[in-house]
Design a protein around this ligand. Structure first.
Ligand SMILES: [Fe+2]
Length: 206
């Protein structure tokens, strides 16, 4: 796979692991598999992107993508995939890239309901957050996802993709109607999904 596809499929695997991990349908067994996948992706995806000939990175990314598929199939994904699937066809964007663009924003969106789980992602990726509170520790995780996206040269906003302001209502409506996610730890409605889509469009870290 060329670097762009390596980044897209790798970040898609990360979005499967994180969204399934935060799903209300997850359980302790699926959580541990998801955290293993997250740990491997943070350790190997950058190396895999920079050097496709690195067989160790390729091997562990294939393990990570497969591991992430296990919680994905049982616990399902969340609003990140709903929004990604709503906007990707508008600009013919690769599925993985579209899920990656939204990922830090949706982790931030779920902090109010799931900070106790999000902080465990920090442990999985080797960041010490033992001296900070749950909110701050969760924001550290969001920041690390932004940093990973940036290293993979993945856009950080919908504006950069040429999506226009007047398409945001359509994206929010389509996401909610076609993929409503009853497993979302934070109940979804038109207002909060539109607010999230607007933040992803502006590219603000909120
Ligand atoms: Fe996906």
């Amino acid at each position: 796979m060329p670097p762009k596809l390596t980044a897209g499929t790798g970040i898609d695997a990360l979005s499967h692991a994180i969204e399934a991990y935060l799903s209300t349908w997850s359980n302790p067994i699926l959580d541990s598999i998801a955290l293993t996948a997250i740990s491997l992706i943070f350790k190997y995806l950058r190396k895999d992107y920079r050097d496709g000939g690195n067989s160790e990175a390729r091997y562990y990314m294939s393990m990570a993508a497969t591991a992430a598929g296990i919680p994905l199939c049982s616990a399902g994904v969340l609003v990140g995939h709903s929004i990604a699937q709503a906007f990707a066809p508008l600009k013919k964007i690769h599925h993985g890239l579209s899920c990656g663009i939204v990922l830090p924003y949706i982790v931030e969106f779920y902090i109010p309901s799931s900070k106790h789980k999000i902080v465990k992602i920090a442990d999985a990726i080797g960041i010490d957050v033992s001296n900070v509170d749950l909110d701050k520790a969760s924001h550290v995780v969001v920041k690390e996802i932004f940093r990973l996206l940036s290293d993979l040269e993945i856009p950080l906003s919908l504006r950069e993709l040429g999506i226009t302001r007047d398409q945001l209502h359509y994206i929010a409506k389509t996401a909610l109607k076609n993929w409503p996610r009853p497993n979302s730890p934070r109940p979804l409605n038109y207002e909060n999904v539109l607010g999230l889509v607007e933040k992803i469009w502006y590219g603000k870290q909120f």
